[in-house]
Design a protein around this ligand. Sequence first.
Ligand SMILES: C[S@@+](CC[C@H](N)C(=O)[O-])C[C@H]1O[C@@H](n2cnc3c(N)ncnc32)[C@H](O)[C@@H]1O
Length: 225
Amino acid sequence: MSRSGRDPGTRLRTAKKRTASSARWLTRQLNDPYVQKARAEGWRSRAAFKMIELDEKFALLKGARRVVDLGIAPGGWSQVVRQRAPLAKVVGIDLLPTDPIEGVTIFQMDFMADEAPEALTGALDGPPDLVISDMAANTVGHKQTDHLRTMGLVETAVDFAITHLAPGGAFVAKVFAGGTDTTLLNLLKRNFTTVKHAKPPASRKDSSEWYVIAQGFKGKPAEPA
Ligand SMILES: C[S@@+](CC[C@H](N)C(=O)[O-])C[C@H]1O[C@@H](n2cnc3c(N)ncnc32)[C@H](O)[C@@H]1O
């Protein structure tokens, strides 16, 4: 306790060589109850709680048999998937390495690469019933550029989902600035029975991240004869 009577929380004593923003990030991590809870419960990331909360609200994992996890590293979401749907086959992809998770096939690869869709679908024994994307582009600090890069990832994830999902399947993706842009939203609405946005409690209030949850995939339109 400080003399003012307030708990000052964990402070960084070694911040001298750190940039102000990375010191702020580290201080926030050290004082974040979700980070501490994740460590105590064996989740690899605090993001695991977002998937738990989204599943509690939307029953995404009930009966899930084949799941694609886009932006899997370090693996919190896939851990939750395996715990809540132990029979589900899971395949994940990330630019970064991910330590192995039992029952999960992991590719260290750019999801935007031409060969990514085939690698992902080839690892499953049938069409996925759930595609989840927590991908976010590395920010460069220029708001418009960051927004466009992340929207590019979301668009490619939507395209992957509507090309490969099994009828009745679901799609979840991280989006920014309160929602999904109109064109993308309309595309989702045409292809899914329900489309909703949610900000799970574990998502930091000061972050502009939201999630779009599309359920009840209507199936691929018939090919013209
Ligand atoms: C917020 S983290 C995911 C956390 C994860 N859901 C968890 O629970 O541990 C976002 C991830 O997206 C990945 N990512 C960003 N762009 C990507 C791309 N083009 N291809 C594959 N992964 C990408 C990043 O490397 C990062 O690991």
